[in-house]
Design a protein around this ligand. Structure first.
Ligand SMILES: C[S@@+](CC[C@H](N)C(=O)[O-])C[C@H]1O[C@@H](n2cnc3c(N)ncnc32)[C@H](O)[C@@H]1O
Length: 289
């Protein structure tokens, strides 16, 4: 897959952590929790994470200064149509607390294509406030388990708060990076993800790590942003557009080729093309038996 950014990986990740950290704190605030509570719950980097996270989380209470207009845009928390309302069945999301639904920042509903079964072990790459983890937990039941992985400390704090609100014992959240997944080989039946891999500056590594932690026959089921034509140069150069899930989105053929190069089979994308050139797609693949 071709190099897609003139920014360093660290700059990209710092921008992403700032953007989604602000979103997590805002969701916590709107749901009636103080941002300080979210910050003091922020966990330390887990043991076993090979590369310790070095990103700085913006201090609580500095949202407006830190994120400018971006986190108050039409797509952000507190506005009319949330991602939760747009992509999920009301029966699913109506039972979730506001601190889950307001943080939802996906571009689809990976649960709809994951075909989850009782007892399965599931990993959500870039789990955010945890919406897909909580919906998956209902489907895999007490004999299964769901893990959410995210590099933004405030998102992990929010997701853990949300899990305790829901009193779910089969959902766990871990701070870490999807390019360096802190789990053993062949640990999961399913990898899901919602609007996250486009944000990674090293997608081949994400695909290789996904392949490693899936068991033979395991399923990769994600929704993500893809370009259906070449990415305009000015868009690609914008770090703000990267954090907004636009500049880092690969061309669909690069996405599928990257999965095949990692060893996946039955690789496919399902999307409706538009004139904008960037669309939300369901990407599916399988690790061979
Ligand atoms: C657009 S939000 C989507 C969150 C969630 N999947 C949802 O549907 O609401 C992207 C999330 O992915 C996380 N993320 C982005 N890049 C990541 C990376 N390289 N490693 C781990 N987490 C990452 C961000 O911290 C953020 O919480």
């Amino acid at each position: 897959m071709t190099e897609q950014t003139e920014h360093t990986a660290r700059e990209v990740k710092q921008a992403v952590v700032e953007q989604y950290g602000a979103r997590a704190r805002r969701a916590m605030e709107v749901a009636g929790q103080s941002p300080a509570a979210a910050a003091c719950c922020a966990p330390a980097a887990p043991a076993g994470t090979a590369a310790p996270l070095e990103f700085v989380s913006i201090a609580p209470g500095t949202d407006a200064a830190a994120c400018g207009d971006d986190c108050c845009s039409a797509d952000s928390v507190g506005n009319e149509l949330t991602a939760a309302q747009r992509y999920y069945a009301a029966a699913d999301v109506d039972t979730l607390p506001d601190s889950v639904t307001l943080a939802s920042a996906g571009c689809g509903n990976p649960i709809a294509v994951a075909e989850l079964a009782e007892g399965e072990h599931v990993l959500d790459l870039g789990s955010g406030g945890g919406i897909d983890c909580f919906l998956a937990a209902r489907r895999v039941g007490d004999t299964g388990a769901v893990w959410g992985l995210d590099m933004t400390p405030d998102m992990i704090a929010l997701a853990r708060h949300n899990a305790s609100e829901l009193a779910l014992a089969n959902v766990h959240f871990r701070l870490g990076e999807i390019e360096d997944i802190p789990f053993a080989d062949a640990h999961f039946d399913v990898i899901m993800s919602n609007c996250v891999i486009n944000l990674s500056p090293d997608k081949p590594r994400v695909f290789a790590e996904s392949f490693r932690v899936l068991r033979p026959g395991g399923r990769f089921r994600v929704s993500d942003m893809v370009w259906t034509r070449e990415i305009p140069a000015d868009v690609r150069a914008s770090i703000g557009e990267w954090a907004a899930c636009v500049a880092g989105a690969p061309q669909v053929e690069d996405y599928l080729g990257g999965l095949r190069a990692a060893g996946f089979v039955d690789v496919a994308a399902d999307y409706t093309d538009t004139e904008q050139g960037i669309v939300s797609a369901y990407i599916t693949a399988t690790k061979p038996e």
